[in-house]
Design a protein around this ligand. Structure first.
Ligand SMILES: O=C(O)CCC(=O)C(=O)O
Length: 323
């Protein structure tokens, strides 16, 4: 698969670029702002977790124990399908609420891999037992001070792929255990990446979001998606190791794959886009907002159904997680 992707990139004279790397100690809020945040340029920041514990399964079980999280069941066959046949993606995929220890047992037994079960974007707000001070110190050193969310945990089996998509907010993705490969494309490539149409939100609500691409970047179907050849010329690839954070500006497309064997964990946070001029001039961001307006009747309906269901609390928290 990898070879096919590289061959395709070479065919289009695309050199798969890498992303700049800098050590946290050499950055100040001013230099981070001028070089990366203001222009909206991705960067890997190294050296965030020196001397910090490894967030492996044992460590997370001790910290999170029986706390419950929604786990998304993607299923292995999903990635064999033409994405145009999908009826759900990302947070729209069916989730089950599990205790962290139950999910950890699934990862250890290989069941999480077989079912491609992923604990994705779960807020750590209630997880006071996990020490996040090193992450917060790093955020301060980068001058990031307009959080749009709390820190979120991502845990999954090696091999899991979060499909190609963009976020309408800036993000920092910090690797805590194991490694992840990230493929990146700039916002300018939006229509060479064939996003799901915005109008889909009228029929599917937030289940099939327009921020996702219909292309599998590592095995593209050029007859269906010919303009993807142009996007390949702008592709960047990064491998994130523990203690490294990727700054992902709003609108940058990313596909994230957990590497190696066993389990992989990361923490991310979304940030309001700053400076505001970058937010206002981002078509990707506007497009995501328009999509939310189209999804509004579904969201309202889902809230009413959740509020009237027998498992009100659980259904409402699942819905909030999806939003
Ligand atoms: O780590 C992942 O699987 C996906 C992370 C992601 O999409 C993000 O940080 O925006």
């Amino acid at each position: 698969m990898q070879t096919e992707f590289r061959a395709a990139a070479q065919l289009t004279n695309g050199l798969i670029r890498s992303v700049q790397r800098v050590h946290l100690s050499s950055l100040t809020p001013e230099s981070f702002f001028q070089n990366y945040q203001k222009p909206g340029t991705p960067v890997v920041v190294e050296g965030l977790l020196d001397g910090e514990p490894d967030w492996d399964l044992n460590f997370l079980c001790e910290g999170l124990g029986d706390q419950e999280f929604p786990v998304r069941f993607y299923g292995q066959q999903r990635y064999q399908q033409d994405k145009r046949e999908w009826t759900s993606t990302g947070s729209g995929v069916e989730a089950q609420t599990l205790k962290f220890t139950e999910y950890a047992a699934m990862v250890r037994s290989g069941e999480a891999y077989e079912k491609d079960a992923y604990l994705a974007r779960c807020s750590l707000k209630r997880s006071l037992t996990l020490n996040i001070s090193a992450l917060e110190r790093a955020e301060q050193q980068l001058g990031l001070n307009m959080p749009a969310t709390y820190l979120n945990l991502w845990v999954g089996p090696a091999g899991h792929t979060s499909c190609l998509h963009y976020d309408p907010m800036d993000g920092t993705l910090t690797q805590m255990h194991g490694s992840k490969k990230v493929l990146l494309f700039p916002p300018s490539q939006i229509y060479n990446l064939y996003p799901f149409p915005v109008i889909n939100h009228l029929w599917h609500g937030l289940k099939l979001r327009s921020v996702y691409s219909q292309v599998y970047p590592e095995r593209p179907d050029f007859s269906a998606f010919p303009k993807f050849k142009q996007a390949l010329q702008h592709c960047c690839e990064v491998t994130l190791h523990p203690g490294e954070a990727l700054f992902l500006p709003a609108g940058w497309w990313h596909e994230v794959t957990a590497l190696g064997e066993g389990m992989v964990s990361s923490v991310n946070r979304f940030w309001h886009v700053y400076p505001f001029s970058r937010a206002v001039s981002s078509w990707c961001k506007w497009r995501a907002h328009i999509s939310s307006v189209f999804a509004a009747p579904h969201i309202l309906w889902n809230f009413l159904s959740a509020a009237n269901s027998g498992k009100k609390q659980q259904e409402l928290s699942k819905l909030l997680q999806r939003l």
